[in-house]
Design a protein. Structure first.
Length: 200
């Protein structure tokens, strides 16, 4: 089956070397990169940041033409830091019956300074650091469809004010037992009756 290989990685991670190794001298295989857009007729690389968007459109066009030319293996080697940068190539592959393989080199285990030193296009380390920050780990995930936003009315839960009943405050009955002074005049008989009643 025909195959599209996307090699992604930070600048200086070895994308071109891997692409050259895959294609070799086989006529059924070809490779393309957005960086090729900046190589003049004499083979000199002259990067122009203002033409970067045009370079990527050119790279997509070259890939599509390679598919139309029926190459068995097409290798595209760009930084591909974001998923959306891979999406056009994956769509082309689907439309032209190519399977897709993604090779993630990321930083190759190197620091930004090391990547800058080994990069053939002299990309400074602070630019590589920006590439690292925007790196998408998963470029295979499906595009997320926007979810419809329904402005539903906000229903508050009903607040039930429980009626407050002013219940009368019932104190326990307080029995004031009579205090009998047995020595008080006329209380002796009553006290004896009270004593018998309470102690019987």
């Amino acid at each position: 089956m025909k195959q599209l290989i996307l090699i992604r990685g930070l600048s200086g991670s070895g994308k071109t070397t891997i692409a050259e190794t895959i294609c070799g001298d086989l006529e059924s295989r070809t490779m393309v990169s957005a960086d090729d857009f900046f190589v003049d007729d004499t083979g000199v690389y002259k990067f122009n940041y203002e033409a970067l968007k045009e370079a990527h459109f050119w790279c997509q066009k070259e890939c599509l033409e390679a598919m139309e030319d029926n190459y068995q293996t097409i290798v595209v080697h760009n930084t591909f830091t974001r998923k959306w940068e891979c999406d056009p190539y994956m769509e082309m592959a689907t439309q032209n019956d190519y399977s897709v393989q993604v090779i993630n080199l990321y930083d190759g285990g190197l620091s930004d300074r090391q990547l800058s030193e080994r990069c053939s296009h002299n990309v400074p380390s602070h630019v590589i650091q920006k590439q690292r920050r925007r790196w998408d780990k998963d470029v295979y995930r499906e595009k997320r469809q926007p979810q419809p936003h329904y402005n539903q009315p906000h229903y508050n839960q009903p607040h039930y004010n429980q009626p407050h009943y002013n219940q009368p405050h019932y104190n326990q009955p307080h029995y004031n037992q009579p205090h009998y002074n047995p020595h008080h005049e006329g209380n002796q008989a009553n006290y004896l009756a009270y004593f018998r009643r309470t102690h019987s």
